[in-house]
Ligand binder design. Sequence first.
Ligand code: NAD
Ligand code: WQD
Length: 344
Amino acid sequence: SMQATDTRGTVLVTGGAGFIGAHTAVELLEAGYDVVIADNLVNSKREAIARIAAITGRQPAFHEIDVSDPSAVDKVFTTHRIDAVIHFAALKAVGESVAKPLAYYRNNIDSLLTVLAAMQRHGVRQFVFSSSATVYGDPHCVPILEHFPLSATNPYGQTKLLAERILADIVKAEPDWRVATLRYFNPVGAHPSGQIGEDPQGIPNNLMPYIAQVAVGRRESLRVFGGDYPTPDGTGVRDYIHVVDLARGHLAALARLETKGDSFTVNLGTGRGYSVLEAVAAFEQASGRSVPYEIVARRPGDIATCYADPTAAYEMLAWRAEYGLERMCVDQWRWQSQNPDGLG
Ligand code: NAD
Ligand code: WQD
């Protein structure tokens, strides 16, 4: 098999200091790719770059830039011979997107258009995009297949729908583009080294980081949003996927873009749903800490149940998730307990 010193090409990872981007950078470096990270650190820390290098023993190039700045992005493409782009850079807080729609449309759409325009100028045609299960809105049934109707109930989700539309139009107009649109379900967990993980600023919006902060003693108790959903225990059911599995899905997508000429859209999930209370119990088990909770009102905009049919990813990419909820919690706890205040 390939040795880490044989380069497999250079991948530009926008948003590569962030949660999923950093894990993907690690997998790319370990697989023998050269990695160039572009991130403005709006939701991440420079220390993440050092941690990626510490885990892999290889240094990614790093440009602290806003990827909606055309001249800054152009300079990245003239400095490095980029073969493919994985575009993670985006703002992702659903509630904040409702309060600040203009900032979300501006950042998420402008960054996409700027990166695509630079690729066009520099003749780079392989693009992997971070989409989200949020594009399915409130699905009529589960598991969710890629052909299900798309909708959005908040500006964040709208930016993902609009991005998918933009990409589809580009591929239609210029068939030499190779675009992988990856719809992530609920990424959680952390790298098994405990060196990188999710590091939310302020009060976590998402379940697993909140649970982890309760377990480590940073917060009093979890508020469970709704105990009266039509689910086995009344709490919301989601398809949690280990971030390392998710990162590897990007390498599988890239490998297909390199070998086949087609563009595609696939779910990246495990195909299994767990309730909020199951997630709490699994985290207590993994951490040996108790996670007190109270059941409160539903969170506006939440749906009862969401999990993927991951068959298409398996058939097209020969990829499937390996890790279960227990491992997700063990790895998230290692990260949380070794870095109780994140990356500082
Ligand atoms: P994250 O916030 O940890 O990472 C995003 C990174 O992009 C951050 O490091 C941030 O500083 C950077 N960034 C944002 N705007 C930028 C800009 N204009 N220029 C340069 N850098 C910029 O989030 P994440 O969880 O790693 O998410 C990565 C991608 O996956 C996002 O596109 C997100 O919408 C998508 N996604 C995330 C989830 C999830 O639950 N985490 C689910 C589905 C899809
Ligand atoms: C999971 C479950 C909550 C917090 C969001 C985005 C989605 C995607 C992934 C980017 C739900 C419950 C949560 C808490 C709780 N992101 N919960 N107490 O809402 O499935 O998806 O992240 O694309 O677009 O909407 O994830 O982790 O916020 O919630 O009870 O403090 O946990 O009600 O059932 P969600 P989540």
